[in-house]
Design a binder for this molecule. Structure first.
Ligand code: SF4
Length: 306
């Protein structure tokens, strides 16, 4: 899911990368300048990165209800599905890395055999009570499809590297075949964000933040990758110019994956900072923003509309 296809790699190397390297970004908008305006937070507040980046509620009343009224809601079915699918990808990739280190390159046949074996999905039962029976059974089918897809991709990549590199050892094989850190933990306190941020994936073959989405594409999704890029620049002090949103969708039994690779330019950086400041102000001043265009599955429907 996080691996680029040959076409995407070509687009990256001939399009996005040269463009991002030529791009000029004002120094004040680089994450390492977190201690001065406009990056330094004006309000003494902490928000989760998703609270800054998401705008599913057009007025952000969901944030107001959560932060000021302290209302916690049950996750809706889409949220549960998203959490499970993310978890499956983490499990597949971590299992693959573990197998490479545990078995060793000398036992590559065993690595490939186990990589091709289905992932254990016993953990899904934890969610059974939170979904209706039909929803849960549909979810299980999709979970199997997703795990099988990712397993096959990882196994093919391991095989590809082994064919090309006869003297490779475990550490290098793991890094080349699976060049991503999943659930990268980051401290976002420099920007008034949570101390425990978790980026879906970070690829170190080219500094690029990846975020996986299972819903409809939205323009504001690029704020998530932008937020993580700013935080990483603050922590590691090197530029992160690219983000990639991975959209996965089920069409019947088939999984369809599309990627939105984007340059994290000045406009996105400014937009992220403006959203952060506006939302922090709302929380700081305890201003109820009122209703906007509501959507059916909003978990706050009951609180807003009774
Ligand atoms: S019900 Fe409407 S106003 Fe309330 S949080 Fe949801 S989208 Fe926002």
């Amino acid at each position: 899911m996080y691996f680029l296809t040959d076409e995407e790699r070509k687009q990256l190397s001939k399009g996005y990368l040269p463009r991002s390297r030529q791009m000029e970004i004002a120094e004040e908008l680089r994450g390492w300048n977190w201690h001065q305006p406009p990056l330094a937070p004006v309000y003494d507040q902490r928000l989760a990165l998703y609270e800054v980046a998401n705008s599913y509620c057009s007025t952000n009343r969901d944030l107001y209800l959560r932060r000021i009224d302290g209302i916690k809601t049950r996750p809706n079915a889409a949220m549960i599905r998203g959490k499970i699918f993310h978890d499956i990808l983490v499990r597949v990739l971590v299992r693959a890395k573990r197998l490479i280190y545990e078995k060793g390159v000398g036992n590559f046949q065993e690595i490939l055999k186990q990589l091709n074996a289905p992932l254990s999905l016993g953990f899904l039962s934890e969610y059974q009570d939170q979904l209706q029976e039909a929803e849960f059974s549909e979810l299980k089918k999709k979970a199997v499809t997703l795990a099988a897809f990712e397993n096959a991709r990882v196994a093919a990549r391991v095989q590809e590297i082994l064919v090309k590199q006869p003297y490779i050892a475990e550490d290098s094989l793991a890094a080349l075949a699976i060049p991503v850190v999943v659930e990268q933990k980051l401290d976002g306190t420099f920007f008034g964000l949570s101390a425990n941020l978790s980026a879906d994936a970070y690829t170190f073959s080219e500094p690029m933040v990846l975020d996986l989405k299972f819903g409809r594409p939205q323009k504001f999704h690029q704020l998530t990758t932008t937020g993580y890029a700013l935080v990483m620049e603050a922590i590691y002090e090197y530029p992160i110019n690219l983000g990639c949103l991975v959209y996965a969708e089920f069409k019947g039994d088939r999984l369809v994956v599309k990627k939105d690779i984007h340059v994290i330019d000045e406009e996105l950086r400014q937009w992220f900072i403006e959203e952060r400041d506006e939302k922090m102000r709302m929380v700081y001043e305890e201003m109820d923003p009122g209703f906007g265009q509501c959507y059916d599955s909003c978990p706050y429907n009951l609180q807003c509309h009774g």
